[in-house]
Design a protein around this ligand. Sequence first.
Ligand code: SAM
Length: 287
Amino acid sequence: MVSKKKEQANNLTTSSISTSHNKAKKYLLNEGEDVPIMQELGIFTKDNKIVASMYDKFKQINRFIEIIDDEFKSSNLKEITILDFGCGKSYLTFLIYHYFVNIKHIEAHIIGYDIKKDVVENCNKLAKKYNYSNLEFILSDVKKDKLFTGKIDMVITLHACDTATDYALNFAIQRKAKYIFSVPCCQHEINLSIRRGGEFDLMLKDGIIKERFCALLTDEIRAEILRAFGYKVDMIEFVDFAHSPKNIMIRAKLNSPKKDNKIFENIENLIKNYNFSQKLYDLTKKL
Ligand SMILES: C[S@@+](CC[C@H](N)C(=O)[O-])C[C@H]1O[C@@H](n2cnc3c(N)ncnc32)[C@H](O)[C@@H]1O
């Protein structure tokens, strides 16, 4: 049972706690706007105020959409197919649907994948309740299940756990998805496998430094692999560190599909010296 105190805290809205600086900022989704699914997801109260405990999530999904909007602002695209790997409760997935269908009037087919049955069922229930046609949620383990086989335009991930991000990026590469917007999280793989092996040994001495160094190394290897396959990649600060410490977005757009073996050789040398594993490298080296 939720305690009274917790319930009260959850019901606080940002405006009831002090938000003079927030009010100045115009988002794609703004407090006060009537987007019923946002109430249903617990981001807005019944009178469309941001629920205080959801403020970080509100910032994250809004920023994600802003970055997507930078790409599609002047696009005359008529339809788009998007896969969301590790969609969870799907705050972002629903907002992306709202953005493309209700704001941009682009016909969007969006599929959210998650390994948790209850969240997938609930998201499908909500999509049906709000008549969000072509928005579906599928119970899958993205590491091993067969996923959508039609043409895809975009792959997104927001904090998909550890190597789930690698499977998403691998899928995007193999299926030549034009757009990737991926915010990784829990990059444990290199941290667990790396051994001392050269000039960077200093970065492996202290746990917290090693953990952050390995997370950054993971994401830069992912970016390099995307570049090797012909993507133009930017690494951008997605939200302020205060709203999420996992705040780097890999934004990639396919220029011309190819494979740059030199990039793979460089990564291979690093892996040999430091003896670590990296899933995206393993999944793509033989492509
Ligand atoms: C931290 S949550 C993020 C959820 C959502 N994207 C968001 O930002 O609110 C990570 C989600 O990835 C899902 N996930 C982890 N591994 C997965 C896998 N192998 N296949 C499908 N979903 C997975 C988890 O069940 C969880 O819902």
